[in-house]
Write a protein that binds this ligand. Structure first.
Ligand code: IPM
Ligand code: MG
Length: 350
């Protein structure tokens, strides 16, 4: 039977993952749900944010669902042992190169956005963020001493043809099942890696995806367009760093960072890594205030993209919609429900 590995991690991670567990028990009782230690709590217990045992369990699962990693208490941990380093190592080891980050506006929440509701009502876009390359992993990197009281910090942005192509392919395939439009965002006006990005996407499009509408957009203009007229977008493919930044901006359009899931996918047949986009929110951790919907919707993506359970995924989407339409709101959405009460609302709708 299929296995879902939960990595609750730090901060609000355990609280929101507990709600995923409850939903899974009702929706997919035959699914084996396992759990492993990960993140800052793993560093405290084992001296590393990602133990071999946890990594092997992840590589052997059908899907991995992460809660959150990080918190101020690990700010002084050695750089390669910080919770975030564990996350990057996990993404790299699982080779989940295509990070799908949807930003859609639940109708009941159109008024919760910082933008006017007519700009976001009906919004449905998705990022394909390249996740295992670029400046996040490029070598060389470091901080060197220049000897005169000065230092020099440097990172390397690098992309190969193959890395760009596999991310591009995911975006074009995705667009075919949606509104058939891809924006490719880079800085080809300034960066060599951006120029190559644009050339490779152009060639791939001409060769294999000429039926899909393609538009190149400079990443800074993309940021501007996202807050000016976000509904013009369908699929946006971009590199690791631009994808990190642009997807946070897009997430906020939908009302709350507490609503948005993500899926990181590698080659077909390999386990996907599912994460709510929100962080560990240390300020509210352990208080039962966190919105579990991003985690629950990440489970929905796991059902759809890794576990082949489309019918259950559809049921879960409908249940979340029903809960919201029924007025269920955690604090981030202007309401007063606790984490578990929001879970109750989804379970009731199921
Ligand atoms: C994200 C996060 C991570 C990233 C951090 C926690 C390393 O911001 O998933 O967007 O930068 O990729
Ligand atoms: Mg981010």
């Amino acid at each position: 039977m299929a296995t879902l590995l939960l990595l609750p991690g730090d901060g609000i991670g355990p609280e929101v993952c507990a709600e995923v567990r409850r939903v899974a028990a009702v929706l997919t009782p035959d699914l084996t749900v396992k759990e492993k230690i990960y993140g800052g709590v793993s560093y405290d217990a084992h001296g590393t944010p990602l133990t071999d045992d946890t990594l092997n369990a992840a590589l052997g699962a059908d899907a991995v669902l992460m809660g959150a990693v990080g918190g101020p208490q690990w700010a002084d941990a050695p750089r390669d042992k910080r919770p975030e380093a564990g996350l990057l190592a996990l993404r790299k080891a699982m080779n989940v190169y295509a990070n799908l980050r949807p930003a859609y506006c639940f109708e009941a929440l159109a008024d919760a956005s910082s933008l006017k509701s007519e700009l976001v009502s009906g919004l449905d876009l998705i990022f394909v963020r390249e996740l295992v390359g670029g400046v996040y992993f490029g070598q060389p990197r470091g901080i060197e001493d220049l000897g005169d009281g000065q230092k020099r910090g440097f990172d390397t942005q690098t992309y190969t043809t193959a890395e760009i192509e596999r991310a591009g392919r995911v975006a074009f395939e995705l667009a075919r099942g949606r509104r058939n439009k891809v924006h490719s965002a880079e800085k080809s006006n300034v960066m060599e890696s951006g120029l190559l990005w644009k050339q490779v996407i152009t060639d791939l499009h001409k060769r294999e995806y000429a039926d899909v509408e393609l538009e190149h957009i400079l990443a800074d203009n993309c940021a501007m367009q996202l807050v000016r007229a976000p509904k013009q977008f369908d699929v946006i493919v971009t590199d690791n760093l631009f994808g990190d930044i642009l997807s946070d901006a897009a997430a906020m359009l939908t009302g709350s960072l507490g609503m948005l899931p993500s899926a990181a996918l590698g080659d077909p047949g390999k386990p996907g890594l599912y994460e709510p986009i929100h962080g560990s929110a240390p300020d509210i951790a352990g208080k039962g205030l966190a919105n579990p919907l991003a985690a629950i919707l990440s489970f929905e993506m796991a059902l759809r993209w890794s576990l082949n359970r489309t019918a259950e995924a559809d049921r879960l989407t409908a249940a979340v919609n029903a809960a919201l339409n029924g007025g269920a709101r955690t604090r981030d959405l202007g309401g007063a429900l606790t984490t578990a009460q929001m879970g109750d609302a989804v379970l009731a709708a199921l």
